[in-house]
Design a protein around this ligand. Structure first.
Ligand code: BGC
Length: 417
């Protein structure tokens, strides 16, 4: 579908921009980094490019998880109006590459040695038919808990190691009159949390089979049903006003101590960082109970479009800056993510960042690094969207039982495949 919509726009784009010689020293970037922590991270990039004389033309489209941004991108590309680059997640990069609208950064990649420094799990999504079409910015992971330390101390809580421990901890918060679980009732947030619940409930092999291989037997199994039971249990600890809440507002509830914990990708740490909070003192980062040793990842990529020749130098400058070691450290320290290269020292990272880097390496070496289905790395966008829809309907009571949720999930994924 994407291919059909986009076909023939390459030429239009070339003509539209060829006349604008003044565009050459400009990077036009579409992204969904609009929260405080995200904007601070983006400023690192803007600053680096400004030093090289490139102006920044911002195209922000708010909405965590990027669904709104991807709708905007589709419209821009269909109109032949290619940005220099767009923030994208995994399978979306491959979709645009298959539609023939991406550029080719292979020469830059060779010069900069990306083949050697970028892990294979990321190259799978940034290289298409042998050509580099995207520059990976970072690696995020979703199976984290973000906990307010003062609230934790007040309720006498300790790190939950199992799902039952987690429930007991949430009960303690409830008894103390604190909102136990901060959640934003948007489908991508609910599904991002469910990724962790499934890994915790079924273990690494199960997560992989169900959410990366889309194995039918796993999707319709009792373990998946149990995962929905566990999700239903967690939702009982959420405050009544959660529908539609943005993810960073849920993080703010934890930062302020209005809530004990948020289950969220480590972009949440960017919000703690922006609020000058320190891990171990103000907040705690633990792996989602029962998922220690595994990492469910996503990576922000800058998908590079096939821009006209007079805009290519800016694109190369962007790509080179993005994968430089110094940027990979400076940006990811602020963003909450970890470097997309394996050769960046962890010196400047806080304790959670150091743990993130070590966990990623261990998971990569041990075969327990899995793509997030909610975050575009488990399956193509149509499947991911079907998944988010079913999880959200379950959380909001339109799907009433775990049995029904499993049936709907299997059907929705089947239809989307
Ligand atoms: C992106 C993060 C971003 C988060 C919330 C995720 O899909 O990978 O970079 O911070 O959405 O906006």
């Amino acid at each position: 579908m994407l291919r059909k919509l986009l076909i023939g726009t390459a030429l239009a784009s070339g003509l539209a921009f060829a006349a604008h010689a003044e565009d050459v020293k400009e990077v036009q970037m579409l992204h969904w980094w609009t929260s405080g922590g995200e904007a601070a991270a983006l400023n690192v990039l803007k600053g680096d490019l400004a030093k090289e004389g490139y102006a920044w033309k911002d195209v922000p489209v708010a909405g965590g998880g990027g669904d709104a941004a991807m709708t905007a991108l589709k419209a821009m590309v269909a109109a032949g109006n290619y940005p220099t680059a767009s923030q994208m997640l995994g399978y979306t990069v491959l979709d645009y590459a298959a539609a023939g609208v991406m550029g080719d950064l292979t020469e830059t990649a060779k010069k900069e040695g990306w083949d050697k420094s970028v892990p294979a799990a990321l190259q799978k999504f940034s290289v298409y038919e042998g050509k580099w079409v995207a520059a990976p910015v970072n690696v995020h992971s979703v199976n984290w808990l973000w906990i307010n330390k003062a609230v934790m101390d007040k309720i006498g809580g300790t790190e939950p190691k199992t799902f039952d421990d987690f429930v007991a901890l949430l009960d303690k918060a409830k008894a103390a009159g604190v909102i136990p679980l901060a959640l934003g009732g948007q489908n991508w947030q609910e599904a991002t949390m469910f990724d962790s619940v499934v890994l915790s409930t079924g273990g690494p092999e199960f997560y992989k089979k169900a959410f990366n291989d889309l194995d039918d037997a796993s999707l319709k199994s009792d373990t998946m049903k149990k995962s929905f039971d566990n999700l239903a249990k967690l939702v009982t600890y959420v405050d009544p006003n959660f529908s539609g809440r943005d993810w960073n507002l849920a993080t703010a509830m934890v930062i302020k101590g209005d809530a004990l914990v948020q289950v969220m990708g480590d972009w949440a740490k960017g919000e703690f960082h922006a609020a000058n909070k320190t891990p171990g003192t103000d907040f705690l980062c633990y792996r989602f109970p029962g998922t220690d040793g595994s990492v469910i990842y996503n990576s922000d990529m800058f998908g590079m479009f096939n821009v006209p020749d007079d805009r290519k130098a800016a694109q190369v400058a962007l790509a080179t800056a993005t994968l430089s070691k110094s940027f990979q450290s400076a940006f990811n320290v602020v963003k909450g993510s970890v470097p997309a290269r394996t050769d960046v020292p962890d010196t400047d990272f806080d304790a959670c960042g150091k743990k993130g880097i070590a966990d990623l390496k261990a998971a990569n070496d041990g075969g327990t690094l899995f793509g997030s289905l909610a975050q575009g790395y488990g399956a193509p966008p149509a499947v991911a969207n079907a998944y988010k829809d079913v999880v959200s309907k379950f959380v909001h009571g339109q799907i009433k039982t775990s049995d029904e949720a499993v049936t709907e999930l299997v059907k929705a994924i089947d239809d989307a495949k």
